[in-house]
Design a binder for this molecule. Structure first.
Ligand code: NAD
Ligand code: IPM
Ligand code: MN
Length: 357
């Protein structure tokens, strides 16, 4: 098949890891007889440098003309003094909103080869864990009303968490459907003991749960959830949560798998067009040093084939190649415990994955 991909490499390690994902996708295209067409567009700090804005209209148009989008990462200290509305991160929120990508699937699974790399003790890991975090992506406090005002103690800044029934229902449905295709357990994470928006979230999820009697549904308060993830990750199958809680809990979960450099994600909406993005950032501390772990980006490419192109066999092949390379002992520096060996560079890890693909 012919499949058009918009490449948003972005800043920091973004270009390095997207190049790795593209190399893997090109090999898959050759192997399986497809034509993937890649077109780069600017986003984030590099777009500010070239065009003055982090999300140029050409980028949105390019994404809308593509079958899907592969994103690296945006941001870095160079642009930290930009006004809030012109920050690189604002472009990421903007493109998700412009494309209606309200669902973010973040799979956190422990590869058997990385058991030693997890900071968890052997008895806590047990037979391993495989969690799908369903993060709401276009609502909540990252999109709510914000600004400055006069408060009790003088000038103050505020941000607002707001969720509508419509937004909760649509992400809830995705989560229940996802659970139906997996181990049929769904845990909704909120802060209903304090937040009104969480109480509406919980009530709406409970009503939805009645329509999915085959899913074992539970609620959990977010502070407890942060602790339970480390105490016993195996208790989770699918997690559904708000934009901010999902952002935080997925970084926590990533480290349980050995490194944040392992976690891919799929940002999806109503159509087949999605944006596929590692959960990590631009890693300014290692940018340009060829030290980044390309696996999150490569697995994001696999998610693109699975969720957007409908090429599950090809996605399986990429995931199997990553697993094989890890089983052979290939490690980048970020993977916990890898300092004992000589870690691979980003290009060496990519090469190792290409070899077994
Ligand atoms: P970060 O995820 O960029 O980095 C956190 C730590 O993890 C760093 O030590 C980094 O070196 C390491 N790390 C992350 N990804 C790695 C990889 N693939 N391989 C090896 N090591 C990796 O988070 P941060 O430092 O808080 O943010 C840096 C910048 O990235 C900020 O401007 C932030 O806003 C932005 N950011 C962007 C995205 C995105 O584009 N999706 C996500 C998160 C943060
Ligand atoms: C992520 C990032 C982004 C988010 C930021 C950079 C806007 O942290 O993709 O996890 O909060 O969604
Ligand atoms: Mn994040």
């Amino acid at each position: 098949m012919r499949f058009k991909v918009a490449l948003l490499k972005g800043d920091g390690i973004g270009p390095e890891i997207v190049d790795s994902a593209v190399a893997v996708l090109k090999k898959v295209a050759d192997k399986f007889g497809h034509e993937f067409v890649f077109t780069p567009y600017l986003i984030g700090g590099c777009a500010i440098d070239e065009m003055g804005v982090p999300l140029p209209p050409e980028t949105i148009e390019g994404c809308l003309e593509s079958d899907s989008i592969l994103l690296g990462s945006v941001g870095g200290p160079k642009w930290d003094d930009q006004p809030g509305d012109n920050r690189p991160e604002k472009a990421l929120l903007g493109i998700r909103e412009a494309l209606g990508l309200f669902t973010n699937l973040r799979p956190a699974k422990l590869y058997p080869a990385l058991r030693e790399a997890s900071p968890l003790k052997d008895d806590v890991i047990g037979s391993g864990f495989d969690i799908m975090i369903v993060r709401e992506l276009t609502g909540g406090i990252y999109f709510g009303d914000r600004g400055y005002r006069e408060g009790k103690y003088g000038k103050e800044a505020y941000d607002t968490e707001a969720y509508s029934v419509t937004e909760i229902e649509r992400i809830g449905r995705v989560a229940f459907e996802t659970a139906m295709k997996r181990r049929k357990r769904l845990c909704s994470i909120d802060k209903a003991n304090v937040l009104e928006s969480s109480r509406l979230w919980r009530k709406t999820m409970h009503e939805l749960a009645l329509k999915y009697p085959n899913v074992k549904y539970t609620d959990m308060i977010v502070d407890n959830a942060a602790m339970q993830l480390i105490r016993d990750p195996q208790q989770f199958d699918v997690i559904v949560t708000s934009n901010m809680f999902g952002d935080i809990l997925s970084d926590e979960a990533s480290q349980l798998t050995g490194s944040i450099g392992m976690l891919a994600s799929a940002s999806l909406g109503a159509s087949k067009r999605g944006m596929f993005e590692p959960i990590h950032g631009s890693a300014p501390d290692i940018a340009g040093k060829n030290q980044a772990n390309p696996i999150a980006a490569i697995l994001s490419g696999a998610m693109m084939l699975r969720y957007s192109a409908g090429l599950s066999e090809e996605a399986d092949a990429i995931e199997a190649a990553v697993e094989k390379a890890l089983a052979k002992g290939c490690r980048t520096a970020d993977i916990r415990g890898s300092s004992r060996e000589t870690p691979l560079t980003c290009t060496q890890m990519t090469q190792a994955i290409l070899e077994v693909l």
